[in-house]
Design a protein around this ligand. Structure first.
Ligand code: ATP
Ligand code: MG
Length: 413
């Protein structure tokens, strides 16, 4: 994409009403725009990152036999009354239509997915099943000042699994621990993301959160570095030893919850009477698990985790483009040719073809944070060597076009 055609622009100054590091940087770099507290637009660059995060999660959920669906955000009140959550403690956005019928904007989707699966599950032969979606969730969060970390409208992957009994749920739940670890590893967060013991799901001793260590995190976790697990302080403060190895050698750190998994068991299948017929002809309640990942929160975490004083730093797996091609001075015919050659190879390029001073282009390139930067100028054209630099490198190296092409093998779309 030619940067001259991008309708968004970078900004040198921080937005006045934004205090979080993630939103400040993302707004300055032109990735998101704030509509109001906790509600953001994803702009072309930001949406590319979001789509990459989504695709990584989709691939891992599909490997775990998840079937992707897309459920509505506008839910009838009756479904939420059935589970008792219409008047529960969680802050919902409620609304009425012209004839005074009441609705909820979905804060989560048990109220939709359970009646949905009830239409299709009747026998033990219909189980197990696992469905998931990427969807905007709406929550009347009071603390909406952390940018993408806590939105009032935010993007979540929510998966729901349905089983004949608790043993089958437990097996799938164990598998999902590994699936989640793989997701965070692919996103570049594996080293500092801990599976964390949190207070019980509905009827189980523990649920599990995935927490990424971050100074600005709202949560406090105690980490056992040997086992790479943690305990959430807030909810199981009495637990002072590692639940895996019993070690008392725990390190306390701030962290952000980037996902969680729960054994819901029959909490929601009971009110909706989701049952199945066993092989002996008895009717039993279906047993459920649920598995969430906050995508927009993850994007904010990735920003805060990797950014430096110059701006954003995207890990390769979610970078909006593979290459930032920056042309300096009047070399447009050579630069256009290189852009075409890279694009024809299937390499996604942001091409800074704007007529701007070098300093401004470098500053923008650092702010936007694409992993690989290539400079083409009168000097590089004369020497036959492009200047290449990774975002975190201090010095550039010279590469011929062919050397650059060789370096990019494996990055094709
Ligand atoms: P938290 O304790 O941070 O409020 P939660 O327990 O309410 O999270 P869930 O309802 O289980 O979280 O949602 C699943 C995932 O969605 C969370 O692990 C988190 O990554 C993300 N998430 C939850 N609330 C928000 C929010 N307001 N904004 C952005 N992401 C969120
Ligand atoms: Mg919450």
């Amino acid at each position: 994409m030619r940067q001259s055609q991008l309708f968004t622009k970078t900004s040198k100054t921080a937005p006045k009403d934004e205090v979080s590091k993630n939103a400040t940087l993302l707004i300055r770099a032109g990735f998101i725009d704030k509509l109001h507290a906790g509600v953001y637009t994803f702009l072309p660059l930001g949406l590319r990152v979001m789509n990459r995060i989504e695709q990584i999660i989709r691939e891992e959920m599909d490997k775990a036999d998840g079937q992707e669906i897309y459920m509505p955000a506008l839910h009838p009140k009756e479904n939420w009354e059935t589970t008792g959550r219409w008047s529960g403690p969680d802050p919902l956005f409620k609304l009425k239509d012209a004839s005074d019928r009441e609705f909820v904007l979905g804060a989560t989707h048990e109220e939709v997915v359970v009646p949905l699966l009830k239409r299709f599950i009747s026998s033990y032969k219909d189980l197990p099943q696992s469905v998931y979606q990427f969807q905007n969730k709406f929550r009347a969060e009071l603390r909406a000042k952390s940018g993408l970390l806590r939105g009032k409208e935010f993007i979540m992957k929510d998966m729901y699994s349905f089983h004949a009994d608790e043993a089958d749920l437990a097996k799938y739940y164990e598998k999902m621990k590994g699936v989640y670890a793989k997701v965070y590893e692919r996103l570049g967060l594996g080293k500092d993301t801990y599976i964390t013991f949190a207070s019980g799901g509905s009827f189980s001793k523990y649920s599990h959160e995935f927490q990424t260590v971050l100074e600005t995190g709202e949560d406090t976790i105690s980490i056992c570095e040997k086992c790479h697990v943690a305990i959430n302080k807030e909810i199981i403060a009495e637990q002072s030893v590692c639940p895996s190895c019993g070690s008392k050698d725990l390190i306390v750190k701030s962290a952000v919850e980037v996902g969680n998994i729960f054994e819901l068991k029959t909490k929601y299948t009971t009110p909706f009477e989701l049952t199945y017929r066993t092989s002996e002809g008895k009717d039993e309640l279906v047993v459920m698990g649920c598995y969430g990942i906050g995508l927009s929160r993850l994007m904010g975490v990735i920003v805060e985790y990797f950014a430096d004083e110059k701006g954003l730093v995207w890990p390769e797996a979610v970078s909006p483009f593979i290459i930032h091609l920056v042309s300096l001075g009047d070399v447009s015919s050579d630069a256009d040719k290189l852009y075409e050659r890279l694009t024809a190879k299937g390499i996604e390029v942001l091409y800074d073809d704007r007529d701007k001073p070098a300093g401004e282009k470098f500053a923008d390139s650092d702010l936007i944070g694409i992993q690989h930067r290539v400079i083409i100028s009168a000097k590089t054209v004369a020497s036959g060597k492009l200047e290449y630099k990774a975002r975190k490198d201090t010095d550039a190296i010279g590469l011929t076009e062919d050397e650059l092409m060789a370096k990019l093998i494996g990055y094709e779309k």
